[in-house]
Write a protein that binds this ligand. Structure first.
Ligand SMILES: NC(=O)c1ccc[n+]([C@@H]2O[C@H](COP(=O)([O-])OP(=O)(O)OC[C@H]3O[C@@H](n4cnc5c(N)ncnc54)[C@H](O)[C@@H]3O)[C@@H](O)[C@H]2O)c1
Length: 390
C-alpha cells in the first residue's frame, strides 16, 4: 500500500515538473520572438506618396521642414531624441495634420544603431532629410568628441541603414562652417573646404562619408550647405526655442530676442577687430522659410547615383552691428550692447554665392530683408516667452 502511494505521488510530481518545463520553454520562446509588426500606412510604400524621414524634426529647422512637407502632401516620420528639440513643436504639427498616415513621431537616439535599424525595418521611407545634430560652434570647441560622435558617427549609421533598407534619396544638412575662413568671398561650392572648428570638421567628414558612399551606390544625394539661419513660420505656428541652458551657446537672433524681452541684460558682441567694414563679423542670414523651400526643391531634383552640392544663402553679408540695428527696429527695444573680445572658433566674414542653386534648382531667397525676417520671428517670440511651454 505504501509502495503504491509513493509511486502515484512521484508520477504526479513528474507531471508537474514536465508541465512547468514546457511552460518555461514557451515563455522563453515567446520572449525571444520579435513583437509582431503591425502594418500601418508608414510601413508600406504607397504609389504616389513620398514618405520622408525627418531626423531632428522637433528642432528649429526640422520642424519648419515637417510643416512644409505636410503642406505639400508628403508623409512624414520624425525621429528625434528631444535632447535639443521640443515636443511642443511636434504636438502643433500633429494638431495641424491629425489624419492617419500623415505624421508620426518616434522618440529615438540616432547614436543607437539597434534603434535606428528597427526604425528602418518597420517603416518604408522613400527619402531622408537628415537635420539632427548638435550645432554650436563654441560648444564644439569645448566638447569636440561629442560633435564627432553626434554628427559624423550618427550620419554613418543613417547612411548604413539607408543602404541596408534601400532608401533612395538623402538630403543632408551641411553648413558653411565646412569652408572655414576662405581668402575669397563670396563662397562658391568650389571654394576649398578647410574647416577650423570641430563642428565644421565633423560636418565635412559626414559629407566625405556620403560622397564616397555615393560613388558605389545608386542613392540620390543633395548636400545643402546652409549659411546663418534666422526667421520663423510667417503664419506664427512654429518658432525657434532652444533650451534655456543653451542660451550662452546661442545664435545671435536668439540672443537679440532674449535681450529685447529682458531675459538677459543685453547683447554681447564678441570681436570688434575683424577685418570687416565695421570690425564685427559678417554673415549671410538665410530665412528658414527660404531654406526649407531649397530642401523641397532639392528633394524634387535628386536623381539616382548623383550628388548635388549647394550653398543656401542670400549672397549678401550683413555685419553683426547691422543685425543688431535690424533687431532693435523689429522688436522696438533699444537693446543694450557690450563689446567683448573675440570668441574662439569664429571667422571674420562669410557670405555665399548662391548662383548654382539659383540656376540648377530654380531657387532664390525671397525673405532677404533682415528686419522683416526678424519681425516675423519676434512675433512668435513675444507670444511664447517660455518657448513651446507658453
Ligand atoms: N541653425 C543654423 O543656423 C544652422 C546653420 C547651418 C547648418 N545647420 C544645421 O541644421 C540642422 C538643424 O539645426 P537646428 O538649428 O534646427 O538645430 P536644433 O538644435 O534646433 O535641432 C536639432 C534637432 O536634432 C535633435 N537631435 C540631436 N541629436 C540627436 C540624436 N542623437 N538623435 C536624435 N535626435 C537628435 C535635437 O533634439 C533637435 O530636435 C543641424 O544639422 C545643423 O548643423 C544649422
Amino acid at each position: 500500500m505504501d509502495f503504491v502511494e509513493t509511486k502515484r505521488r512521484s508520477n504526479f510530481t513528474r507531471k508537474i515538473v514536465l508541465a512547468a518545463g514546457i511552460t518555461a520553454v514557451f515563455v522563453f520562446l515567446f520572449k525571444r520572438s520579435p513583437a509582431p509588426i503591425t502594418s500601418t500606412k508608414f510601413s508600406e510604400h504607397e504609389p504616389g506618396v513620398t514618405h520622408v524621414l525627418v531626423t531632428g524634426g522637433a528642432g528649429f529647422i526640422g520642424s519648419h521642414a515637417v510643416l512644409r512637407l505636410l503642406k505639400d502632401s508628403y508623409r512624414v516620420t520624425i525621429v528625434d531624441n528631444l535632447s535639443r528639440g521640443n515636443m511642443g513643436a511636434v504636438k502643433i504639427l500633429q494638431g495641424l495634420y491629425p489624419e492617419p498616415g500623415r505624421l508620426q513621431f518616434i522618440y529615438a537616439d540616432l547614436g543607437d544603431a539597434q534603434a535606428v535599424n528597427k526604425i528602418f525595418s518597420e517603416n518604408a521611407f522613400d527619402a531622408v532629410m537628415h537635420f539632427a545634430a548638435v550645432a554650436y560652434v563654441g560648444e564644439s570647441t569645448a566638447e569636440p568628441l561629442r560633435y564627432y560622435h553626434n554628427i559624423t558617427s550618427n550620419t554613418l549609421l543613417i547612411v548604413e541603414a539607408m543602404a541596408a533598407h534601400n532608401v533612395k534619396t538623402l538630403i543632408y544638412s551641411s553648413t558653411c562652417a565646412t569652408y572655414g575662413e576662405p581668402d575669397k568671398m563670396p563662397i562658391t561650392e568650389e571654394t576649398p573646404q578647410v574647416p577650423i572648428n570641430p563642428y565644421g570638421k565633423a560636418k565635412k567628414m559626414s559629407e566625405d562619408i556620403i560622397r564616397d558612399f555615393s560613388k558605389t551606390s545608386n542613392m540620390g544625394v543633395m548636400i545643402l550647405r546652409y549659411f546663418n539661419v534666422i526667421g520663423s513660420d510667417p503664419e506664427g505656428r512654429l518658432g525657434e526655442a532652444p533650451r534655456p541652458e543653451l542660451r550662452e551657446q546661442g545664435r545671435i537672433s536668439g540672443a537679440c530676442f532674449d535681450a529685447a524681452r529682458g531675459i538677459i541684460p543685453g547683447l554681447k558682441i564678441r570681436g570688434t577687430d575683424y577685418k570687416t567694414s565695421d570690425g564685427t563679423c559678417v554673415r549671410d542670414y538665410i530665412d528658414v522659410t527660404d531654406l526649407i523651400d531649397a530642401h523641397v526643391k532639392a528633394l524634387a531634383h535628386a536623381s539616382p547615383g548623383k550628388v548635388g552640392i549647394y550653398n543656401v544663402g542670400t549672397g549678401k553679408g550683413s555685419s553683426v552691428k547691422e543685425f543688431v540695428e535690424a533687431c532693435k527696429k523689429a522688436t522696438g527695444v533699444n537693446i543694450k550692447v557690450d563689446f567683448l573680445s573675440r570668441r574662439p572658433g569664429d571667422y571674420a566674414e562669410v557670405y555665399s554665392d548662391p548662383s548654382k542653386i539659383n540656376n540648377e534648382l530654380n531657387w532664390t531667397a525671397k525673405y532677404t530683408n533682415l528686419e522683416e525676417s526678424l519681425s516675423i520671428a519676434w512675433r512668435w517670440q513675444r507670444e511664447h516667452i517660455n518657448g513651446y511651454n507658453g
